[in-house]
Design a protein around this ligand. Structure first.
Ligand code: FES
Length: 221
């Protein structure tokens, strides 16, 4: 075991553990949207999990940084908060914010993060770059709304873990979306209806048709 300090609390974590999981296991909150504990390689896309480590020049992402003996970590500094606020607002700038009419309302990770960090769910510094992509409701069990997707990659990861590989990232930069092969409707794709992508989605991009809303699945937080 490795002994380290996070926010003045001395904790122990298994060797090789990432700071994020060591903190969460000890009830120290670090916001995160794209981290999956079981993933071999952290995705590192949301940039919400920044922390500062004493002796390091720049903040690091807690989901990718391994714990070290004697490490002193701070999760709530002005620099970290600035970075998080920017990352959060960038996510919002590309997200269809319509919480009241969203099936995931009150069970959405963006709402949870906003409430934990005291952030507003509206844009303040950046302009909105809304997408108006077609909503795919062809699948009998779930609806996919790419306009609400935050590109956390969790659905892609779980689909690959299942050995299906039905969905993946398509296009680049601002046009990036999660899509089936050749952008086929879900109902015509090779989806086996395991529903794990729906279970793991932290926002309202993949929601069940029966309205059985979950909290982002067992893989995240
Ligand atoms: S949780 Fe670390 S970058 Fe997303």
């Amino acid at each position: 075991m490795v002994t380290l300090t996070i926010d003045d609390i001395e904790i122990k974590a298994p060797e090789g553990e990432k700071i994020l999981w060591a903190a969460l296991d000890n009830d120290i909150y670090i916001p995160n949207l794209c981290a999956i504990r079981e993933a071999d390689v952290p995705f590192g896309g949301c940039r919400l999990c920044f922390v500062e480590i004493e002796g390091r020049k720049s903040p690091v992402t807690a989901c990718s940084q391994v714990v070290e003996p004697g490490m002193v970590v701070h999760t709530n500094t002005p620099k970290v908060n600035r970075l998080r606020r920017t990352a959060f607002e960038l996510l919002l700038s590309h997200h269809a914010i319509d919480c009241r009419n969203c099936a995931k309302n009150r069970n959405c990770e963006l709402q949870r993060i906003a409430s934990r960090l005291g952030f507003k769910l509206k844009l303040q510094r950046f302009r909105s770059i809304p997408r108006s992509l077609p909503i795919d409701s062809t699948h009998p069990l779930f609806i996919y709304d790419p306009n609400k997707c935050v590109l956390c990659g969790k659905c892609v990861w779980v689909c690959n873990e299942r050995g299906e590989g039905d969905i993946d990232f398509a296009y680049r930069g601002i046009d990036t979306v999660v899509s089936t092969f050749d952008n086929m409707p879900m109902a015509d794709s090779i989806c086996s209806s395991c529903m794990e992508c729906v279970e793991i989605c932290p926002v309202g991009a993949l929601v069940p048709k029966d309205g059985d809303n979950n909290g982002g699945g067992p893989h995240g937080t």
